[in-house]
Design a protein around this ligand. Structure first.
Ligand SMILES: [Zn+2]
Length: 205
């Protein structure tokens, strides 16, 4: 725990004083424009890869960046989506998967979930990824099969997202856009899904 305590002390001594007025403003409320749905993976740092600040991103994280389908019971992700769309009125929702995702590895190797009843049930939601498998990307090297499945999962979760009632209504009213991203840990690059062309392309151009 010492690492965290030392880190917090550094934050109080160095980071907070330099941004005091920003934090004072944020203490009154938040108006994030983006809901960012991503994996719980420790290597995905949204603010670091997007240059965003406190107050910018409303974030929902769970293993496999899952958006459960509406027919299932209430859960943290769909409740967060509802709040973000209806109360915070975010303008964009991004579903962001990432390379080397353990959740999708588990979908390929089911045995790894044998003693994890909760994770196994949660990850039933990523099964739809197989229906949206993307073509293998040679740039992924040995992980091409996994990469295709991870991207497929982004597309699958994007479909689930669009099926949520608040999302559907807000999109129809023209006040919300949804996006599917894939973040490559090795290169640092983000790819965006192009629904028309049914393929991923570099977000940075
Ligand atoms: Zn992951």
């Amino acid at each position: 725990m010492q690492k965290l305590i030392e880190g917090h002390k550094r934050f109080l001594a160095e980071v907070f004083p330099a941004r005091k007025s920003h934090f004072h403003l944020l203490a009154e409320g938040q108006t994030p424009k983006w809901l960012f749905i991503t994996c719980a993976d420790s290597r995905v740092l949204p603010d670091m890869i997007l240059g965003t600040e406190p107050g910018d991103l409303f974030i929902s994280r769970s293993i496999g960046n899952v958006v459960p389908v509406t027919s299932h019971d209430v859960d943290g992700v769909t409740a967060t989506i509802e709040y973000a769309v209806e109360v915070l009125k975010v303008r964009h929702i991004i579903v962001c998967g990432h390379s080397d995702c353990g959740a999708l590895k588990a979908a390929l190797d089911r045995k790894s979930l044998e003693n994890l009843p909760k994770a196994r049930r949660w990850l039933e939601h990523v099964e739809a990824a197989f229906a949206y498998l993307l073509p293998l990307n040679p740039a992924d090297g040995e992980s091409a099969e996994l990469g295709a499945l991870i991207r497929g999962n982004v597309v699958a979760q994007l479909q689930n997202l669009k099926a949520q009632m608040p999302v559907r209504n807000a999109m129809n009213e023209g006040r919300l856009t949804v996006h599917g991203w894939y973040y490559d840990i090795l290169t640092g690059r983000i790819e965006e899904y192009d629904e028309g062309q049914k393929k991923f392309a570099s977000l940075a151009g």
